[in-house]
Design a protein around this ligand. Sequence first.
Ligand SMILES: [Fe+2]
Ligand SMILES: [Fe+2]
Length: 147
Amino acid sequence: MRLHPRIAGFLGQALSHEFLAVQQYLVQSRLCRLWGWQDWAESFARESREELEHAGLLSDQLLRMGIAPSAGALRPSRPGRDLREMLDQDVAIEWSAVELYAEALDFSQRMRDERTASLFAQLLEDEKGHLVHLQETISSLGTHHGH
Ligand SMILES: [Fe+2]
Ligand SMILES: [Fe+2]
């Protein structure tokens, strides 16, 4: 099938988003490690690896389409100065991922690009899962520490 330029645009935008998320979670993980919070460090490192896997899936799709994957210039990551700020920053990037993937899914379905649509559908589900997980984490902080 002919590649629609807007599909390629969504894939490129998605790849940038995923590398930004990899960077943000990685920095948060290393910060937590520096602060001696081993469990949080591991939890953020796990998220970073999941986002890296997403970047891999998007790269596969770009390569299948004959496009060299490139994330371009990344925005600076916003790790936050304490745990609550970190989690809030993560909610913000996960929301932007959900919005991006919902729009990309809708467009690729309308273009009848099923393979790309199923990739965007999978990523959309994963990012919604990340949001739910973050919201649960934030509300458990609230009950444990009375914030
Ligand atoms: Fe992701
Ligand atoms: Fe995510």
